[in-house]
Design a protein around this ligand. Sequence first.
Ligand SMILES: [Zn+2]
Length: 219
Amino acid sequence: MIVDRYLPALDAFVLTADEHSAVTSALASPDPWEWNPGGAQSIAIASVKTKIRDYHLARHDNKCCYCRVNLHGGGHFMTDREHVLPKSVANYRPLSYTMWNLSIACKRCNMEYKKNRTDFVVALNDASLLQEGANYRFIHPNFDLYREHLSRFAQEVDETVIVKYAVVAGSAKGAYTYDYFNLRGLEVNSFDRAQGLDTREVPGEAAQAVRSLAASFGQ
Ligand SMILES: [Zn+2]
């Protein structure tokens, strides 16, 4: 059973009859995501892909589903439609247009870290578990609520920036996601390196740190 943790809900996603027909034809082809027969069907499949991107951007407030970097206004140079179970793996190719297996990610997370890996799946070939959040070692973009596992704090004023991640205490998924996508590599503290912020501090403490830094700027 799907446990959908975001809005708009996955089961409210709607395609036109033409779009639905194009997806059916694409899935019958050897490479469904790249299927491009030309003409009206290609226009329909392009429309489906745009709808998928916009829908998942809305579900994640225009943020990358893995690192929470803001994708607003970034366009296709910054944003990828993300297949959680990779479409390059034959077993998962039928899920190329399945909404629960799709999300939105930044190029860094998708192309540098996620790639075609499947090591984040606990039981790779048990179809009955693929819609269970517990079957994924990282924070699943549709089945897990990100903030229950990991928080990203950012404050930026001109050239001074602080970005910190805080794993929610006791969340194995939060810790796994932090490591899997090397989120440490995104952390910055140019406000005051003597603040002594600890990478794994609890969210409340990190939030307080960001508030006090903001206050020092008179915000
Ligand atoms: Zn990202």
